[in-house]
Design a protein around this ligand. Structure first.
Ligand code: NAP
Length: 292
């Protein structure tokens, strides 16, 4: 197969939109997903679906992965028929999943051992940003690969509007991404807590939200999530189980560094409670349900 094809592994909420963005901008895309049925919409747009990550890596010079969590990233990269089993000099693998630095280091080492290049490149932004090519990429690893994939028309340039190279290892991006997730997770949990209390206090939640969004505390997340919480509309964008995973990883980092993170710990407990109430695969606005 031609060397310029781009591979894409993991077609969940984000991966589907990222692969679709590449296709719509004229990139030839080869896809794989654990649940094969999720390949069909991409194939309908012109993608080729293959049976294993190894087959995708074999077919493409650059392959991207967008998987749920550390376990998924490891399974796809290091498992049987995984990325590392087919990688070799001349191949490149970029993992965009939000994972911890130890997992990132294991992936980087396994890929480097084959002679291939690796970039840890977690993203900020939701599926709408992915569809518009406006994701923010926090990258660490091979700098030449970073320069190549962010050049005009290359895959990361097509999928994102901003790219940072924060160091030569996967540690920097893993840590930086978790900083973003602490802010987002604690903020949205606080919003849920406030709205639940407002309801209990007999206040008009929509009016409280309007006051909030007219004040210095307004921001895109409060505007996006407040009304969804009031409506109990938890159609998945960024799922509870993923935000809770990010807080879990952030707390592990804080623990490793002996750095207190009590707000993140409290927020994490509320996402765990939302999971327990059956909201794992709802949007993380459903953290409000932990207070109902
Ligand atoms: P998602 O919709 O839940 O998709 C998860 C993907 O991982 C699916 O393709 C799933 O395959 C695959 N997967 C899970 N376990 C696997 C395993 N053991 N082996 C192989 N594949 C496995 O998640 P998402 O929203 O796309 O998020 C993907 C990553 O991006 C996460 O790390 C998340 O934290 C991060 N992120 C998400 C957003 C967002 O707004 N959603 C924004 C920024 C970053 P199946 O289809 O077979 O289940």
């Amino acid at each position: 197969m031609a060397a310029q094809r781009v591979g894409f592994l993991g077609l969940g909420v984000m991966g589907k939109q990222m692969a679709q963005r590449l296709l719509k901008k004229g990139t030839e895309v080869v896809v794989w997903n654990r649940s094969a049925d999720k390949c069909a919409p991409l194939v309908a747009l012109g993608a080729t679906a293959l049976a294993t990550p190894a087959e995708v890596v074999d077919a493409c010079s650059v392959t991207h992965g967008m998987l749920a969590d550390p376990k998924a990233s490891e399974a796809v990269c290091l498992g049987p028929d995984g990325v590392a089993s087919a990688a070799s000099a001349g191949k490149s693998y970029l993992d965009h999943s939000t994972i911890d630095e130890a997992t990132g280091a294991r992936l980087a080492a396994a890929v480097a051992a084959t002679g291939a290049r690796f970039l840890a490149a977690p993203v900020s932004g939701g599926w709408r940003d992915a569809a518009a090519g406006e994701l923010l990429f926090v990258c660490g690893g091979d700098k030449r690969l970073f320069d190549e994939v962010t050049a005009p028309g290359a895959s990361l340039a097509v999928m994102g509007s901003k790219h940072w190279h924060v160091g030569d290892s996967s540690e920097g991006p893993a840590r930086a991404k978790l900083m973003l997730q602490i802010m987002m997770g604690t903020y949205v949990a606080a919003l849920g807590e406030t709205l639940a209390l407002a309801g209990k206090a007999g206040l008009d939640q929509a009016q409280v939200m309007d006051m909030f969004n007219s004040s210095a505390m307004a921001n895109p997340i409060s505007k996006a999530k407040g009304q969804l919480m009031i409506d109990g509309d938890y159609a998945p964008n960024f799922q509870v189980y993923l935000q809770q995973k990010d807080l879990r990883l952030a707390l592990q980092l804080a623990d490793d560094l002996a750095q207190p993170a009590p707000l993140a710990a409290a927020a994490n407990a509320q996402y765990v409670a939302a999971r327990k109430r059956g909201h794992a695969h709802d949007d993380f606005a459903a953290v409000k349900a932990a207070y109902d």
